[in-house]
Ligand binder design. Sequence first.
Ligand code: MN
Length: 738
Amino acid sequence: MTIQEQYENLEKTVRSYNPSADFARIRAAFEFAQKAHEGQKRKSGEPYIIHPLAVAQIVAEELKLDSESIEAALLHDVIEDTAATHEQISKLFSPTIADLVEGVSKLTRIQYATKEDEQMENLRKMLIAMSKDIRVILIKIADRLHNMRTMEYQSPAKQKQKSLETMEIYAPISHRLGMQRIKWELEDLSLKYLDPIGYDEIVSKLDAKRQEYEDFMRRTQDQIDQRLNDLNIQHIVYGRMKHPYSIYRKMFNQNKSLDEIFDLFAFRVIVENVGDCYNVLGVIHDLYKPILGRFKDYIGTPKPNGYQSLHTTVIGPDGLPFEVQIRTREMHEIAEYGVAAHWKYKQNGQGAGTEGRYEWVRRLLENQEGTDAEEYIHSLKVDMFADEVFVFTPGGDVQNLPAGATPIDFAYAIHSAVGNHMVGAKVNNRIVTFDHVLKNGDIVEILTSKSAKGPSRDWMKIAKSSEARSKIRQWFKKERRDENIANGRAAFEAELKHCGIPMKDVLAPENLPGLLKRVAYGSLDDMYAAIGYGGFTAQKAVNRMQGELSRIAKQHQADKAAMEAALSRENKPEEPAKPAPKKVKSEQGIIVEGLDNCLVKFSKCCTPVPGDAIIGFITRGYGVSVHRCDCPNASPEKQKQPGQEGRWIKVSWGSDTNDSYPTTLEVVCKDRLNLLLDISAALSVTNTFVLGIQSRSTEDQFAIFRLEVRIKNGEQLKSLMNKLNQISGVLRVTRPAG
Ligand code: MN
């Protein structure tokens, strides 16, 4: 390919996922880089521009990043290797692009020496933290990937050094950012230079069995594909083999031969929704024999880095074991492209609230329990994008804190016990005050005492990191509950007075439960305590309660009006004789006595299906809502309530029912391994379509599953409930209502 063709290919790739990219500017970046690198050659003898072009291609193809990233990738070596400057790029392109390019150059300049594991971890952290904009590290990884792909032209010494660095720094960072494909390629390429003999051994063994393995993969894939097509489940299925480096690790660490590796093959099924994940699981276990103890539900319990999937290992017809991973499209994108997929979602405005998927901010997340959602988003942004400062412990460990951080932040970053017992601090061996602002490279020592009084409220104002503030709050929450309640109560009452709401309205027994629910606290004391330690504010509490009180007042008024209307109807002297009820065309399979063409909906509380005894309730404005006769919301007492007489109406199932109706089942079981497996098998054999499964375990070893399914008729429901009841350990299968 000529350079021109390569460039056109890049444009084509960008256009395929981002048609509105700024192509004029991308071309300008390409032309600028081409001119700047004019005359420079790579070790392969090719013109240098090949490299930035290839890096931009990776950034587009593998990471699908935005216009600015593509431009920065094309320009990524001009500051480092040519006469171009930050100022120039800032003027010609944009300050953001100049910052991105400079960021990548800075990372290029860092010297990595191999050190102990812990220090390597600090180096990785430092690298991520230094890339203030996440795109910097993404471009740097693409740069490294291309350099590794073209490593054959380098000297053996350089090959070894770069491969080691890649293995220890860049592959783990790619993993942390969730970019599995790039991580694998980086590892395989590094292994090739770090242990050429081991690498060749694996690759040649795989090559020898290639035909056999490929046949197996194709057969299995066809089988799964066909079965899912028969069942009309929208899906993509494909297989892959374990990549050489992960085989290498297993073979050499666990002293195994290639044939002894269990999960050499893996198949992946990507479906449209979570319900289908469980449907497919049932199908796979019907097709192949599952290996006990190898099933993992990472959908119900995601991995710490946000990874979600169902994993199961089964044995194929030829006795070859293989793993099947089942996930939705979104889970898949996050797993494959990690933070890059997140970036993409965020750009399209679909990613709100998914910040938690950054592995390295998980620590932050853990500190957010008990704080308000808005404050959480705010603190996340501050810590993610504000400048950072690096300081050292006396032992030489790097601590990474937000700019402006003080000894208080440092102490709490070490451990909450250090913070809570702090009595003084030294920076570079000199005693400083608690509000001293730390600078890069400072060596910080915290003086502690067992008899320390604990943090003071002023510390909250001095601390810069949300981590420290959150830990201080936790301390107050635990140690000072009585004081918090008194302070919180005073603040709340003052705010109430300010808004002109009498306390007795809040305390009224008909209002209080609704108000507490609205602020999400179990009792007023809990809420006072939260206000007292700063986890909630009096303003928010009063604001929400005010809304709830006016809602309750409106409801009273509406109820009163409805009752009056009902009374005046009853008092009407001569009511025209009702026409004889006649059967009419059904609506969604429901015949409403005496009413034609009326809107019908199925109540969410008891989710009736054909065959159930049912009754209708005439709602205000939403037509007739259909309940099961045994639903508590349709009990005789409810039917007799004032204002409700005359609104209950006879309904029955027509002969033309819908294909299926959503309904909910609750299964209570003694908790044990593989319960979910057996439940999904029961769903599969009764051809039950799953909309969702939720499970929770109780403290006394019971598991409660809530199955949301679609049911055709009473018979299917009965046979499903029978099957579920037969599962060992199942105590009760019910249809929740009310
Ligand atoms: Mn480069």
